[in-house]
Design a protein around this ligand. Structure first.
Ligand code: F6R
Length: 241
């Protein structure tokens, strides 16, 4: 794992966006893996600025990592809404090329298989953007997720529901289940790019990149990938040896 430590959270977003923009400039049909949450927002804002400055994203496509089960897509906290308002619209991506797992399907298992097939049809993910949960999750692959897992329905860990309650009016409104790309799915991306900012992520980051390769720290799969980069601010890097 290549680790880059920068002084501020803003610089983390800029450095990650620069890497992605460079790839898009060389390969206009880049397939991005899209994380939601706070961590990648600066990346998306910077990519939007670069697009204003002339970066052509007309043929870029994207696959979100995860979605809540049971939230209507019109709910502002559904990841379908979040991806639309933070990625598709500001970057001016073609909505037909941006995909989010279906958390409302009657047959969730079939919808998960279709999502995997759509990723494969697009030629696989080129750059998977990742955040990390305070418990070491990536996507919604909570601790003890199988390293071979594929897109599937999962129960959200209590810690994750509490962490995400800030986006809802109350903890009760946070869905209990999600659909998430599996660790096996994520590992197939050609490049992994994880960003983390702030002290609250420091323990998870240290466990992921310096701890043992262990399913209790799902992000430790980065150690297994041939092209994984972790970009951190100083606070998120503060527990590294
Ligand atoms: C979201 C996702 C999660 C988040 C993680 C960190 O699509 O996959 O793994 O990346 O929970 O969330 P933030 O960035 O809000 O701290």
């Amino acid at each position: 794992v290549e680790i880059v430590i920068l002084p501020t959270a803003a610089e983390v977003g800029r450095a990650a966006a620069a890497k992605i923009a460079h790839r898009i400039a060389r390969h206009p049909e880049t397939v991005l893996g899209l994380a939601t949450g706070s961590s990648p927002l600066a990346i998306y804002a910077e990519l939007a600025a670069r697009r204003e400055a002339g970066l052509d994203v007309g043929r870029v496509s994207g696959f979100a990592l995860d979605e809540y089960v049971g939230l209507p897509t019109s709910h502002p906290q559904s990841y379908a809404s979040v991806i639309r308002t933070t990625v598709t619209e500001p970057l001016g991506l073609d909505p037909a090329r941006v995909h989010v797992p279906d958390g409302l399907a009657d047959d969730i298992e079939a919808a998960c298989a279709a999502y995997e097939a759509a990723i494969a049809d697009a030629g696989g993910v080129d750059v998977q953007i990742l955040g990390i949960g305070a418990n070491g999750h990536i996507g919604f692959n909570e601790p003890t997720s199988s390293f071979q897992s594929r897109t599937r329905i999962k129960t959200l860990a209590p810690r994750t529901r509490q962490d995400n309650a800030r986006f809802f009016d109350s903890l009760d409104e946070v869905p209990t289940h999600c659909v998430t790309q599996g660790l096996g799915t994520i590992l197939e991306a050609r490049e992994l790019l994880l960003v983390a900012q702030g002290e609250a992520k420091a323990d998870a980051v240290a466990a992921a990149v310096e701890g043992p390769f262990a399913s209790v720290v799902p992000a430790s799969v980065l150690q297994w990938h041939r092209s994984a980069t972790v970009i951190l601010d100083e606070a998120a890097a503060s527990k590294l040896r």
